[in-house]
Design a protein around this ligand. Structure first.
Ligand code: F6P
Length: 360
């Protein structure tokens, strides 16, 4: 008998988190189940920061970006950072997290997040907590689901940015490079590059060769196309080379922050083609703003499915979508894995067919 459930959002935010919270909470409340919103992801679970979510509290949030619950991309109950005399020490506070779960008299916990969040969720499940995962990330790199919510909204932002760069690139006869997020996967750059008509798309899964990129840009220029658009995933890397790291965030479960590869590509293009080249790093704009209709619907479906699974007692699973159908996938198989672009997939082939270069 399920009487009360908890819900938290953890890791980097993205549009659609509130749509999931609303969907879970409204359906739960309509089924006579109380809902506790846990603040700031796993930090709130460890520190006991929970609030009752009323129907009214989750009303009117469907279109809001971000998360009304707050998030943390650092807090991990199994490796929790505590500052002592100016230094961080790490402790396993999972027992404290479980104690709070019991104190709130919860019968299930919905964790909304990417692979880090879901991996922690699985560890809590192994310790006896009834956990359900909901897959979120603009990177679209989670195992076990065709798509994560947040991706479509980020894709829209990225595509609009490429469209805008097109007009200024044409006016000034420039090479415009746009760097997009995505961590170690190229989904966002691939899809936005195809949707925005990028002339070159660089993704981590297809290492690039600088000469090939320059050939393409110069070839366009010779054919009278005096501008080029280069879409670069932050995880792109040259053949035999490494990814460009912008920052190491020590107390984060995933400490490496990628970024800056576009500047490297820019310098090389200017040097070998002599064409004026500019860089735009789109950054966190990709995670902001209102979710697209697609993401609002997907997030609502995921929330609905999560409550169905809770009511059936199906724990240790993540909600997923395959084709057009929602379903479930074991958290065990999600943890510490990433879904990457297959270099021979249909989308890559379609892009190549319209003469997009992958720099290979
Ligand atoms: O995973 C989402 C994401 O936006 C990645 O695309 C990006 O590499 C990373 O998070 C940025 O993290 P932060 O918000 O910590 O800078």
């Amino acid at each position: 008998m399920i009487k009360r459930i908890g819900i938290l959002t953890s890791g980097g935010d993205c549009p659609g988190l509130n749509a999931v919270i609303r969907s879970v909470a409204k359906k739960a409340i309509n089924n006579g189940v109380g809902v506790v919103g846990i603040k700031d992801g796993y930090e709130g679970l460890v520190q006991g920061k929970g609030v009752r979510l009323s129907y009214r509290a989750v009303s009117g949030i469907l279109t809001l970006g971000g998360t009304i619950l707050g998030t943390s991309n650092k807090a991990d109950p199994f490796h929790y950072a505590i500052k002592k005399r100016g230094k961080f020490i790490y402790k396993d506070l999972s027992r404290q997290a479980i104690a709070n779960f019991r104190k709130w008299k919860l019968d299930a916990l919905v964790v909304i997040g990417g692979d880090g969040t879901l991996s922690i969720g699985y560890k809590l499940f192994q310790k006896g907590m009834p956990v359900i995962g909901v897959p979120k990330t603009i990177d679209n790199d989670l195992m076990g689901t065709d798509i994560t919510f947040g991706f479509d909204s980020a894709l829209r932002v990225a595509t609009e940015a490429i469209d805008k760069l097109h007009t200024t690139a044409q006016s000034h006869h420039r090479v415009m490079i746009i760097e997009l997020m995505g961590r170690n996967a190229g989904w966002l750059a691939l899809y936005a590059g195809l949707a925005g008509g990028g002339d070159v798309i660089l993704i981590p899964e297809i290492p690039y060769n600088m000469d090939k990129i320059c050939e393409r840009v110069l070839g366009r220029s010779r054919r009278g196309k005096r501008f080029s658009i280069v879409v670069v995933a932050e995880g792109a890397r040259p053949c035999g080379g490494k990814k460009t790291v912008s920052q190491i965030i020590k107390d984060s479960p995933d400490p490496v922050r990628l970024g800056g590869v576009s500047k490297v590509v820019c310098q090389a293009i200017e040097k070998c083609t002599g064409l004026e080249t500019r860089v735009t790093i789109l950054g966190h704009l990709q995670r902001g703003g209102s979710p697209t209709p697609f993401d609002r619907i997907l997030a609502s479906r995921f929330g609905d499915k999560a409550v169905d699974m809770i009511l059936k007692g199906k724990f240790g699973y993540m909600v997923n979508i395959r084709g057009t159908k929602t379903g479930s996938y074991p958290l065990r198989l999600v943890q510490n894995r990433q879904r990457k672009v297959k270099p021979n997939c249909e989308i890559v082939k379609v892009a190549r067919a319209v003469d997009t270069s992958f720099g290979d």
